[in-house]
Design a protein around this ligand. Structure first.
Ligand SMILES: Cc1ncc(COP(=O)(O)O)c(C=O)c1O
Length: 369
């Protein structure tokens, strides 16, 4: 039988494959689809990069990457850091892996729902919906600087609620759920509800009792997730973890955090970063300085801002926010207009290096006059 049209069309691609594989490393396109000289202030990445120690360890990890990177050792380091047993810890491909597993593990019936805040990070509620579950949205309080309304969160919970998803500090508002309010939620939630505390930006926050204390006290209804993506600037190494009572860890581990979830470069970089207080200080200082700069510059332009410990600021750029963001984009400066969080008059700007921040401010001044 003669070759079909489809196989003829495919053949040249197959034939060219070796040429692609033989590319020099200098030929690799690292742009990720953005223009080469783009200023990326849209993805909450930490531009100071991993610590030199983490980079060295990641390189060593690559040499050892013929092996699977079983995360037992990382679990024991994290368990030591938080003073819990290793069965309280799960390590995975970013904290997102464990967060994504929560609806799978807990929302097992189409009647089940998740309670989540509207002006917040949406992928996890989105996943719950895609699994056929419902999401009961609760607004933050704009009139109170986008604080959480704990009473309303509790009253949204019903007999079918299985998860209460909280991001603290929040993305994009920077709002902090205090330890007292976390404890109140944990104490008052019915037994069938797991409180998720997505702490992607938690390591930037200082001076508050760590909610992991509650896990240590034996609370069985809290799942804390943290990541090396933000404070430790390792977004591309995909390294994160969860801390919870072993019963919760076992449920999440049905769908996440297997021994093959960690990659060897991430394994090395995590091991070199756990307990690195010097780098933590450096990262926090970077964010504090950037926040001060943005608050001053945006304040001088009479633009209201909202910022907490995380690596971004929310700027109230008004009803033209989408158009302003589009214009910035045409100048290769990328920010995140707030429509996706129901905050269409705001844009979220991740902190970049000094020259990137200055380029953003100069372009914004030019656009809004
Ligand atoms: C609030 C929040 N949670 C979780 C994540 C996922 O982080 P990771 O890189 O650890 O998967 C992000 C990433 O932007 C985030 O903003």
């Amino acid at each position: 039988m003669g070759a079909s049209v489809a196989s003829i069309a495919v053949a040249p691609t197959v034939f060219n494959a070796p040429a692609i594989a033989q590319n020099e490393t200098s030929d690799i396109d690292w742009s990720m689809g953005f223009p080469d000289d783009a200023t990326l202030l849209n993805r909450n990445e930490n531009p100071i990069g991993p610590s030199p120690k983490a980079i060295e360890a990641a390189k060593l990890g690559i040499e050892k990457s013929f092996r699977y990177a079983d995360s037992i050792y990382i679990k024991s380091l994290l368990a030591g850091q938080f003073d819990v047993d290793a069965d309280h810890v799960l390590v995975g491909t970013g904290s997102g892996e464990m967060l994504n597993a929560a609806p799978l593990a807990y929302m097992t019936d189409s009647n089940h729902n998740m309670v989540a805040t509207w002006e917040s990070y949406r992928p996890i509620p989105g996943r719950a919906q895609r699994l056929g579950g419902k999401v009961k949205w609760v607004n933050l309080l704009p009139e109170e600087n986008y604080q959480y309304d704990v009473d309303r969160l509790l009253s949204a919970v019903d007999e079918n609620t299985r998860l209460l998803f909280m991001v603290t500090p929040n993305n994009p508002t920077g709002t902090i759920l205090s330890y007292a309010n976390i404890k109140r939620l944990a104490d008052e939630l019915p037994e069938h509800v797991l409180l998720i505390l997505d702490g992607a930006y938690r390591d930037f926050q200082e001076g508050e009792t760590d909610e992991i204390e509650l896990v240590k006290q034996g609370y069985k209804n809290i799942l804390v997730t943290r990541t090396f993506s933000k404070t430790y600037a390792m977004a591309g190494l995909r390294a994160g973890y969860a801390v919870a009572h072993p019963d919760v860890i076992r449920k999440i581990a049905q769908f996440a955090g297997s021994p093959t979830s960690t990659n060897m470069a991430g394994f090395g970089a995590m091991a070199a970063s756990i307990g690195d207080m010097d780098y933590l200080r450096k990262s926090r200082d970077f964010v504090n300085n950037a926040r001060t700069y943005f608050e001053r510059e945006l304040g001088a332009m009479r633009i209201n801002t909202l910022a907490g410990p995380p690596i971004f600021i929310l700027a109230e750029t008004g009803e033209n926010t989408q158009a302003i963001s589009d214009e910035l984009r045409s100048r290769k400066i990328f920010v995140r207009p707030g429509g996706e969080w129901g905050m269409s008059n705001h844009m979220r700007v991740s902190y970049g290096l000094d020259h990137e921040n200055a380029a953003f401010i100069a372009a914004l001044k030019d656009i809004i006059g």
